[in-house]
Design a protein around this ligand. Structure first.
Ligand code: 13P
Length: 249
């Protein structure tokens, strides 16, 4: 049985006071929650230290929204896994559609990041998903397949077991247009079948596949009920204490 994972991507949205308040709110709120779900938040890199300090020992893991695939070196503006290790951070979002779209991150570059994360014992949360145009022109499965095959190229079966995938259809991100549970399940089942072709049945059944795109407290349950939806990667609704807590099954 795969555990449910509720993760919050805070993107570039909060200032330090707001991020601190949110982390404190989550810390307090989860004391009253009895849940088996794994909880994970991705604050801005600048706020990692503070948020991590607050959430250490609470069972909520903290991850970075991006890494550069190198140890300490001359890469201006980037963040190394070596720096994150100082904070005992072990999770990294890789290939969010905003980075693919606005920072030009390619499948090949994301494969380098994933490979590097695994070498450094980080858990990559690898984001994939089609745009509206791709969906409307019937290319959804081709795009997902390419992203999975290229992004996970040369990953061993043992390493593949450590990866988390997040399917986030770009047209559903921040738009309020959530994929229906059936649309999401169809894509997740397809991702799992691709994982099976790459890594075999046993490994494909271990890898969690999260759904992202306008997940809210009022739609999360119907999504999580689907057999291949193992959790959520949530933007907007994860950035307020009460709505984040309300997402936890
Ligand atoms: P929203 O939940 O705001 O649609 O964002 C989803 C997302 O991009 C999470 O990574």
């Amino acid at each position: 049985m795969r555990k449910k994972i509720i993760s919050g991507n805070w993107k570039m949205n909060l200032n330090l006071a707001q991020a601190t308040e949110l982390a404190e709110g989550i810390k307090k709120g989860i004391q009253n929650k009895k849940s088996d779900a794994q909880l994970l938040v991705f604050p801005s890199t600048l706020h990692l230290q503070k948020v991590n300090e607050i959430l250490t020992g609470t069972g909520v893991d903290v991850g970075c929204q991006n890494i550069y695939p190198s140890g300490l070196a001359a890469f201006t503006g980037e963040t190394s896994t070596d720096q994150l290790k100082d904070l005992k951070i072990r999770y990294a979002l890789i290939g969010h559609s905003e980075r693919r779209q606005f920072m030009g991150e390619t499948d090949e570059f994301l494969n380098r990041k994933i490979t590097f994360c695994l070498k450094e014992s980080f858990i990559p949360v690898f984001c994939i998903g089609e745009t509206l145009g791709e969906r409307e022109s019937g290319k959804t499965f081709d795009v997902i397949k390419r992203q999975v095959v290229e992004g996970l190229r040369n990953i061993t079966n043992d390493d593949a077991k450590k990866i988390i995938i997040a399917y986030e259809p770009v047209w559903a991100i921040g738009t309020g247009k959530v994929a229906t549970p059936e649309q999401a399940e169809e894509a997740h089942a397809y991702v799992r079948s691709e994982l099976k072709s790459l890594f075999g049945s046993e490994v494909s059944e271990i890898i969690p596949i999260l759904y992202g795109g306008s997940v809210k407290p009022d739609n999360v349950k119907s999504l999580l009920e689907k057999p291949n939806i193992d959790g959520g990667l949530v933007g907007g609704a994860s950035q307020k204490t009460d709505s984040y807590l309300a997402l936890i099954p």
